[in-house]
Every structure is written in structure tokens, then in C-alpha cells.
Design a binder for this molecule. Structure first.
Ligand code: FEO
Length: 391
């Protein structure tokens, strides 16, 4: 186990070859499930467990470190990548008490069938002494489930933040503290975009709360921990701010190339007007990369062909995902092409109902775009560039 402070040790496990999370989120580099041991002068606490199929690795680490007794297992979040080995750990340390909040207890009982007698339910700000050090529990819901909480080791100024501030990033005990790494920033942004962005206002609130604590260590449950908290707090402040960047994201699908002609022309026209543009072919793109650009985009333009009188199913799927992620974009439009008729704009606007966006003119053309159609695309680009000047 890697020593972090005199009282805190890392005992998490790596999952380098995992490529998909929740059967949805791509993991280009795998992930880790971070478990930590906090050893006080009188009591020992394990902070979270690991993904069920990695239980044995955690158990081996604890046995190799000669841990004969665990008094408390702190569950900061009930999702099974952190709680999933709880039964195996309780079998090894039957005297351990599971310490968590009421909502997390409910989830763990439902998902893992842990007996109610095993739990100690804590409330916000409550403390638990381990002898020379004290744990304090900070109920912090909605990053990203209603049960999430943080655990603070007061004397070490170390905060365990569960999924919040994490990253699906390959680490090992040797390089588990990587504050300042550029690749880590990308991984943390992808993670924020895919998991935390729908809860942006909660994220902003908790960043402020953590700043006020003036912590020395941030210890999330995926990826590296941070001995330089400003590194991740600064980036989260930027990502969660209300101000988007001068960026247009264009997710599109094109059946016979006409929609592609429109989005390519729109990209060129916007760039000539000083607007950055990112195109995503919805048939081929990594949804994580799309999500990352949505963190900053001021405008989203969906490009779609018409299928059976409505948007192409790939565009519907893309719009559904964008709506679920709730990016901070301020403007929205549709460009596309159709063969015989239908309506794409209303359906897409309906799917994107969560977004607080102003709808700009759409450019919907019959068949292959004509010169007149490209003039309309130029007008749309002009309108977007003008809107972006007042961001
Ligand atoms: Fe890493 Fe919400 O679990």
C-alpha cells in the first residue's frame, strides 16, 4: 500500500483493460477503483471498496499489509464500482461497521443485500474518532447520485470526494499523485463531461465548499489523487462556469452526402468569421469526445438527414445524449437535407428540452444544397458569430 500521509494509505486497484463503463462510456485508458485505509491510533477505517470482480485484489493488498482488523468501512457512494466488494470485505472483517448516510445505506441494502445491523448511519458534519485523528462526514448529494458524500480527515486536511473530481485514468501506486499532468487534464475533462456535467451547479457549489476547507489532499475514487488541489479545482471552476467559449459543436449524420456538404460549408464559414468549430460524425465518433467539447460550446448545430419523415435515428440518439448531459450552450440550430418530406427541427427541439438555448434559424434543404442554400448557411454562420461576440 502506498503511504499518502502518516495515517492514510492507498489500497485501490487498477483496471487497465476495461474499455466501457456502464456499457455506455468509453474508457480509452481503463480506470482505477480507489480504496484508502485510514489508520488512527485506536481504530482503522477503510474508505470505499472496489468493483466486484476486483475484490480479491483489494483483499490481497489488505492481507499483505497485515491488516487484521478494520473497525469501519466508510461508504461515500453506493454505486457498485465502489461498494461492490463490501460483502467480501465484511466476510474477512466481520466486526467492521459500515458507516454511511441514510440514502447510501438504502442503496447498498437494495443492491447488495447487506444486513441492516451492519450499518451506522451518519448525518452531515458528524464526526467519528479513530483515536489521534477524526473523520468528518460531509453530505454532498448529486455528484453524481443522490447518496454521495465526502469524508474529511480533519488533522491531515485530506478529503475523500468519491466520484467527484475523479478521472478514468490509468495509474499505479507509483504514479498515483499526478497533479499537473496535461494528459490527466484531458482524462478529467472527459470524466467531468460524461458523468458530472449534468450536475454542473452541484459541482460548482462543492468546489467552493472544498476551497473553503483549504484542503491539502483531494482523494477521489477514480484516477490519481491530488496533493496540489488547485490543479483540479481551477479546472473545475472553468468547466462549471456559466460562460461558454467561442465554439460551435456540430454533431451530424449524412446518408448521401448532402448534409455533410452543409456542415462542412458551415464549418468553413464560421471559421472565416473567427469561430472555432468541432464536427462529430455521429456514426463514427467517440461520444466521450463529443461530450468533452460540449463542456465549452456556446452553440450546438445538429446536422441530420431525414429518415421516415423525421431526424435520422443517429441524430435522435445524439440529441438525446446531449439533452441528458445538459451542457451550458446558449444557442441551437439544425441543418439537414431531405428527399420527400417531413419535419426534423421540431423533433430535435423537443428532444433537447433540458437545454436553455435560443433557437436560431435552421437550414433544411431538399436534396443536394444549391447556391441559395449555401447563402442561408452563410447567414446562419453570421448570426452565430454575432451572438458569440456578446458571450
Ligand atoms: Fe465510480 Fe458513481 O461510481
Amino acid at each position: 500500500m502506498k503511504k499518502i500521509t502518516d495515517n492514510i494509505f492507498y489500497c485501490g486497484v487498477e483496471h487497465h483493460d476495461r474499455r466501457l463503463f456502464d456499457q455506455l462510456v468509453p474508457l480509452p485508458c481503463g480506470t482505477t477503483y480507489n480504496s484508502y485505509l485510514v489508520k488512527g491510533s485506536e481504530k482503522t477505517a477503510l474508505i470505499d471498496t472496489v468493483y466486484p470482480e476486483k475484490a480479491e485484489e483489494l483483499i490481497n493488498k489488505l492481507k499483505e499489509a497485515g491488516i487484521n482488523k478494520i473497525d469501519y468501512i466508510i461508504c461515500n457512494h453506493g454505486e457498485q464500482d465502489h461498494s461492490g466488494s463490501l460483502n467480501e470485505i465484511l466476510e474477512l472483517y466481520p466486526e467492521a461497521v459500515v458507516v454511511t448516510n441514510a440514502k447510501c445505506k438504502e442503496f447498498i441494502m437494495e443492491m447488495l443485500h447487506v444486513d441492516e445491523s451492519k450499518f451506522k448511519v451518519i448525518t452531515d458534519q458528524e464526526t467519528l474518532s479513530l483515536g489521534n485523528i477524526t473523520l468528518q462526514f460531509l453530505i454532498s448529494p448529486w455528484v453524481h447520485w443522490p447518496d454521495t458524500m465526502f469524508t474529511y480527515v480533519i488533522e491531515d486536511k485530506a478529503l475523500f470526494t468519491t466520484d467527484f473530481l475523479g478521472a478514468h485514468y490509468p495509474t499505479s501506486e507509483k504514479n498515483i499523485d499526478k497533479s499537473g499532468d496535461k494528459e490527466l487534464t484531458e482524462a478529467a475533462k472527459r470524466y467531468y463531461a460524461e458523468i458530472m456535467m449534468p450536475f454542473r451547479s452541484f459541482c460548482a457549489k462543492y468546489v467552493k465548499k472544498i476551497r473553503d476547507l483549504n484542503v491539502k489532499y483531494l482523494l477521489p475514487s477514480h484516477g490519481p489523487y491530488y496533493s496540489n488541489p488547485d490543479f483540479i479545482l481551477d479546472t473545475y471552476e472553468e468547466w462549471t462556469s456559466d460562460t461558454p467559449k467561442n465554439l460551435v459543436v456540430i454533431p451530424y449524420v449524412s446518408m448521401y452526402g448532402s448534409t455533410e456538404l452543409l456542415v462542412d460549408y458551415l464549418k468553413q464559414s464560421l471559421e472565416e468569421k473567427g469561430v472555432e468549430v468541432k464536427l462529430f460524425d455521429l456514426v463514427k465518433s467517440d461520444v466521450g469526445e463529443l461530450a468533452m467539447e460540449l463542456v465549452d460550446a456556446a452553440t450546438i448545430v445538429v446536422g441530420t438527414s431525414m429518415v421516415l419523415a423525421g431526424p435520422h435515428p443517429s441524430a435522435i440518439n445524439g440529441a438525446y445524449l446531449i439533452n441528458a448531459l445538459r451542457p451550458k450552450a446558449k444557442y441551437f440550430s439544425v441543418v439537414g437535407s431531405y428527399g420527400w418530406g417531413g419535419n426534423m427541427e421540431n423533433k430535435l427541439a423537443e428532444i433537447l428540452g433540458n437545454l436553455k438555448v435560443e433557437k436560431l434559424n435552421s437550414v433544411i434543404v431538399k436534396g443536394k444544397p444549391t447556391n441559395d442554400d449555401f447563402i442561408k448557411v452563410d447567414e446562419l454562420a453570421e448570426k452565430i458569430a454575432e451572438k458569440h461576440k456578446s458571450l
